[in-house]
Design a protein around this ligand. Structure first.
Ligand SMILES: [Fe+2]
Length: 329
């Protein structure tokens, strides 16, 4: 928590924007100004940036953070080492690139999930993240194996969004039916698919027990709530809106909110449905252990009518192979 600093010290103002698209590691301390001479320590060199808190400050309209004068060289070095630069440096290892991307993604997700409506700037930075994932996939087909090793499934809704987006892009690419623009749309849809859940009570989204029928009725509203949140965001393509709205429809007609049937459901929404389920199954939950990748695929294949069977075959090929690659690594 913020700790008050009463000593008379000098602080240099720096734009909060400089911390966006940056890596999490900082080698200096960061302060926020509470009043004329009153600064509070908010990020420390030992623990790094806290993206959730950074998103909160940006949302509150904070424009400046503060750094001690003696730390300015470290701050400049930090600004020069943005995630984009790490990503575009040929000398950077793939593992470092993926870790950096996941970092950037986490920052974006923290912003997205703290909003009532998704602003144009947040949508733009999410697009940059997605473009980098697509680039990585194109350049390095083995990156799924690395990502499976590095993605952490934490308690936050946005970890799930990260995994869903990444898995969706890999599945879409493996079908061979998607060009680069559509892969980016699938990725964006994957990141945003569950944003409507932020509008539901925490007892429902964080429930450790099976939901009651009433709670399920509430839960079924999240595709529409999500659609509302991006309705007026001008730079989000319509295709992403279909994904958000249809990601719980099922080819067998038992999905929600509209019980659409197979051919009517938008193909990218079917991909997100599978990636969503995959991410949930391989995550550890309060009421069960995480399933192994091949077990997750088996479970999904056994649920007749819930997922597109052609797509499941693609999933089996790419994930089971990657999982075996991971075991061998
Ligand atoms: Fe959902």
């Amino acid at each position: 928590m913020a700790e008050s600093d009463s000593k008379k010290q000098q602080y240099v103002p720096v734009e909060i924007e400089k911390f966006r698209h940056a890596t999490r590691d900082i080698t200096f301390d960061v302060y926020i100004r509470l009043a004329e001479e009153n600064f509070a320590h908010v990020f420390s060199r030992s623990t790094g940036l806290d993206y959730k808190r950074l998103a909160h400050y940006i949302q509150k309209g904070v424009k400046l953070l503060y750094v001690r004068p003696e730390d300015m060289p470290a701050f400049h070095a930090f600004v020069a080492r943005t995630a984009d630069q790490v990503f575009n440096d040929p000398a950077t290892s793939n593992e470092k690139k993926i870790a950096t991307l996941l970092n950037m993604t986490e920052q974006n997700m923290a912003e997205i999930f703290s909003q009532i409506e998704v602003p144009v700037e947040t949508a733009s930075s999410t697009k940059v993240v997605v473009e980098n994932y697509v680039k990585l996939m194109m350049e390095n087909p083995k990156s799924l194996t690395l990502i499976l090793r590095l993605v952490s499934h934490g308690e936050y809704l946005y970890y799930h969004a990260i995994a869903t987006a990444i898995f969706s892009m890999f599945i879409a690419k493996a079908t061979g039916q998607f060009n680069r623009r559509m892969l980016e749309i699938v990725g964006l849809g994957g990141f945003l698919h569950d944003i409507g859940c932020t509008q539901l009570p925490k007892e429902i989204t964080d429930s450790e027990h099976e939901l009651t029928p009433d709670q399920w009725r509430e839960m079924h509203k999240h595709p529409k709530l999500g659609l509302n949140m991006i309705e007026t965001t001008s730079n989000i393509p319509d295709e992403v809106r279909y994904i958000v709205y249809q990601h719980h429809e099922q080819p067998g007609g038992n999905g929600y909110p509209n019980k659409l049937r197979g051919p009517v459901i938008y193909q990218p929404a079917k991909i997100i449905a599978i990636a969503d389920s995959m991410s949930a199954l391989i995550s550890k939950r309060p009421f069960r252990a995480a399933y192994k990748v091949e077990e997750a695929v088996e479970i999904m294949m056994a649920e007749k009518g819930k997922f597109d069977s052609q797509l499941l075959k693609v999933v089996e090929q790419i994930f089971v192979r990657s999982y075996q690659g991971r075991k061998a690594a």
